[in-house]
Design a protein around this ligand. Sequence first.
Ligand code: ATP
Ligand code: MG
Length: 563
Amino acid sequence: PIRCGPSQTRQKTSAPQNFPSYESLRQMYDPEVPEYFNFARDVLDAWEAKEKSGEKVQSTALWWVNEAGRQIKWSFEELGFHSRRLANVLSGECQLQRGDRVLLILPRIPEWWLVNVACLRTGTIVIPGTSQLTERDILHRLQVSKAKCVITDDSVAPMLDSVAPECSFLKSKLLVSGKKREGWRDFGELLRNHSCSHECVNTRSDEAMTIFFTSGTTGSPKMTQHSHCSFGIGLTVNGRYWLDLTEKDVLWNTSDTGWAKSAWSSVFAPWIQGACVFVNHMPRFDTSTTLSSYPITTFCTAPTAYRMLVQEDISRYTFSNLQHCLCAGEPINPEVMEKWKQMTGLDIYEGYGQTETVLIAGTFKGMKIKPGSFGKPSPAYDVQLVDDLGNIVPQGKEGNIAIRVKPHKPFSLFTKYTDDAQRTADCYKGDFYLTGDKGVMDEEGYLWFVGRADDVILSAGYRIGPFEVENALIEHDAVAESAVVSSPDPLRGEVVKAFVVLTAEYKTRNKDELRAEIQKHVKKVTAPYKYPRKVIEFVDHLPKTVSGKIRRVELRNKEWGKS
Ligand code: ATP
Ligand code: MG
């Protein structure tokens, strides 16, 4: 059974018969949630001790590289050393108290990891934000979070300075830079001048640890609060079962530092397992070169990145260490999975989750993969499909994807939307937390994503999930990527409209002929009522969130003449 703290060393195997069955995963999952828990002390410091005693198999906790060829490798001991010094900066120089909030806006640089760990050590609440935030976003985030401290770099500091007068609660600003800036404390200098001896705060398991903003795919990002045990213990499922990590693994997760996925797969899940977190800090990383140049065993990225990768000729690369590929955040098209398998011999294991939940469902090693389904419920959750009142719908029928919260709320579910009791309460119906996503469960317990509740199209009485139509579209050689949304129609109420990005070789083809050809193709491979009745619109790009998710809401609003 799972206990909190570092994992037991186990031998990695690629022999399918040696993977625990899904049923035994569910049985094995029996986490111990103690009254007090702090990931830095109970997991990271424990790895450090194992490293020192020689019990740890390999000792790189963080392996960072950039395009200039610089690299940094930190062992758990070094991570501990630097993060303790930073903890002293936060509670000394910055006068932060336990429970105070720290807004962290840094790109993929080692300091980002240090701040995360130092906040754990001091019991301060870290609120990560992407470097792509605008001045308005930053003001909004500061005002709603009432952060007392901000840590960022040169690219964001000027925007912060211009909004800071409107944020009276902001007490200290730390700059990660080679240069000085007026009104800012120098991160590097402070770090060098502080002691590495620090006693970790004894946080309660249910105490607030982080607030992540959601991706903002459907609207304004929401402040989602998690406790120390929720990520620190809850992400064991991700690390051990889904990512299938051991101490010997090197995991490259490409998520931007502003999204919960970076906490999942670039901090907690790998470090619970004692694995090495690999980071490539490049403005536009060349995935194939990276995978072939470093001994990456486990690769996790967004579906959009796989859609791009399968368009490339990667035959000149060898990914000799790569064993396990994963994706999450959006549905992955079966066509893309198949192409990736042809190109690399590897399957793509899908994960489904939310900022609010950690992993809800996924395909786990040793489990049959059904392309188009994101797998089975995580052992941490009882996932059911329910109607809008929280009643379980019959198997095979579409419903809201929901997590049972009664009689016991799972500890890995978010605590609340910060300062928004109404929105928090609205997610719960009957005995369930409703994700806002629609799906279907088949007779073997696999979950099939239909779409976000708002993205489902209602046409002449039929309910159409955009994902299914997009899967059919991408099977056509001309389609690199697509987004399917509803469009107004006097007869049917709504009809299916597709926005399509063409593959390179089809870009110059006659558009009317191509449109008719693609329409015919979709009609052939899905139920006829699902084909894009309204014109297919060819576009150069699809609107996406910073994390690479298609913003169908933007296209839909355009169709319906809404701003
Ligand atoms: P917002 O809540 O602000 O609109 P968001 O829901 O995209 O943004 P996240 O918490 O980052 O913010 O994303 C969770 C959502 O992403 C899920 O509710 C689901 O709609 C989608 N998602 C995640 N993984 C998958 C997957 N494997 N298949 C389909 N959809 C997925
Ligand atoms: Mg959401």
